[in-house]
Design a binder for this molecule. Sequence first.
Ligand code: C5P
Length: 401
Amino acid sequence: MADILNDKRILLVIGGGIAAYKCLDLIRRLRERGVSIKAILTKGGSEFVTPLSVSSLIEDKVYQDLFSLTDEAEMGHIRLSRENDLILVAPATADLMAKMACGIADNLATTTLLASNKQIMLAPTMNTEMWKNPATQANIATLKERGMLFVDPADGDLACGEVGTGRLAETEDIIATIEAFFLSKIDGPLRGKKITVTAGPTHEDIDPVRYIANRSSGKQGYTIASKLAQLGADVTLISGPTNLATPNHVKRINVTSANEMMENTENTLPADVVICVAAVADWHVKNAGEQKIKKQNGEFPALEFGENPDILKSISNHVTRPGLVIGFAAETENVLDHAKAKLDKKGCDWIVANDVSGDVMGGDDNQIHLITNSGIDTWPLMDKNSVAAKLASKIEEYFKE
Ligand code: C5P
């Protein structure tokens, strides 16, 4: 198969962050893959990399000035914003994103971005406090809502000497996200299929400051949602509280309690597939305190529990039941017996049984048995991304059949 990146045209906007030097390597890797690149170097960006380095690597001129007579005559900002298949902002600084969120057009980069009718992808980088600042997070949420794609920054040592989130994503991760974007444009095998995925834990309030929950990072559900979206499916992710970024091309609905998760999952019906990956709490507290419950000299509050709705079971028995309903079974012993019993009890079509006797919760590896009415398929130990890819390809096969 031809390289998905071959002959793609990317407009690279280089913002003013120390990580701008990393975009030189990014350019080389993209050029090796046959990508043609036009580049806008912001004033800040040019403090970190020279126009000559960028120009040599892209084998083209570098655009810097909004009011350059020659540049505007040759290729104005409107053409720059149009004649590409993707606009990549790397590094995307807090300032650049704030301007984009407000629609400010005060230089060549911001004007081109505002004038664009193409997909924009941002790879942010900044000091961790700048990243966490509610202003930055609000701007990112706004840009995401407007359909912009993100390659989230990584955790680690930052150029400023601090440690935290804010490092520019690795070149491979940026390229993987670009690939995923172009892959999602092709007519994927799951195009037109509506799939709902539940993920993460639910939190059941004890009072305004305390809750009960299951241990769940949400990673497995998120990777499944992401893989299905890459195959062209229309994916809605109903997510309990997690620290994970929304996968590209996935619609995410945040919920807290099991009841909310049930209601929102039901609202996505009719759907072609529902996959319940969430670790839903089995009970909620019926007498949850409206105010913080105070300690009472050695006496303990008598919590009364009520049963939560079983989302998987309800969807499996719903009047508008999807053709394929998939559940997960996290078991620490007798994995197969328990999982087979769960298939019957819940009335779903497939159970993805995972052995959680090791370090699965929050970890990266998973031992899976896929249990269906026609038998058991045991997969080798693999990471959660591979589990997601394999499950996605099983779903693809299901639709072919
Ligand atoms: O009964 P158990 O919690 O072990 O079942 C696990 C499966 O059922 C998972 O797919 C989980 O997402 C789903 N489930 C659910 N609603 C519940 C409990 C579990 O959807 N209240």
